[in-house]
Design a protein around this ligand. Sequence first.
Ligand SMILES: Nc1nc2c(ncn2[C@@H]2O[C@H](COP(=O)(O)OP(=O)(O)OP(=O)(O)O)[C@@H](O)[C@H]2O)c(=O)[nH]1
Ligand SMILES: [Zn+2]
Length: 211
Amino acid sequence: MNSESDRTANLSVSHQSHCRMPTRHGCFRMHVFEEQGSGREHVALVMGEPECADAVLCRVHSECLTGEVLGSLRCDCGSQLDDAMHRIAEAGCGVLVYLRQEGRGIGLTEKIRAYALQDEGLDTVEANERLGFDADLRQYGPAAEILRWLGVSRIRLMTNNPAKLAALRAEGVEVARREAIIADPNAHNEGYLNTKRLRMGHLFEPDNSQS
Ligand SMILES: Nc1nc2c(ncn2[C@@H]2O[C@H](COP(=O)(O)OP(=O)(O)OP(=O)(O)O)[C@@H](O)[C@H]2O)c(=O)[nH]1
Ligand SMILES: [Zn+2]
């Protein structure tokens, strides 16, 4: 790992605090980072010694209060988060970066407005556009900085989202491999998952791939 001053030069996130975090998946180290400007508090959950490992198992996950806290079945976020933590614990080493960019970056209020529009028949992309937003406003610079702070440069990324893969690579993270992270569909999220596949290019085949 680089020195503290090397690791914090020109960063838009700054490390705030850390602790031991026992979970039902195992015991992680939890780090909190504050993003300058927005004040968003991003999280990293770390298991093992990822700075010593090659191609660290990694999930970069965006906040979804409804799916993760309330058990909403409108999306697949809750089960993806669970699966990612389980897989990192099974590997004994890995990093979960949890980014506070709710609703693909539009925030909770607007996401719930978008859900209401989806109940009227719009799909998830159309609903964002009707509200005056692009389909996806998320940024992955903070995730790349957090990984660098942790001393992680090469990862195996658990995702189905090729845009996330490309964005992390553009931010300087070396993604050695993509690993699929597929949740079981249900009657409430089938349409959403289809839109992600057809309009947002998400890959839902179980095979892992290089790209
Ligand atoms: N605006 C909006 N955001 C949504 C909607 N459903 C889920 N989200 C948000 O979408 C984000 C998760 O994005 P997903 O597209 O499900 O997954 P991903 O992280 O891009 O891709 P994976 O790595 O494959 O999971 C979270 O921030 C959710 O709050 C929706 O209908 N509208
Ligand atoms: Zn969700």
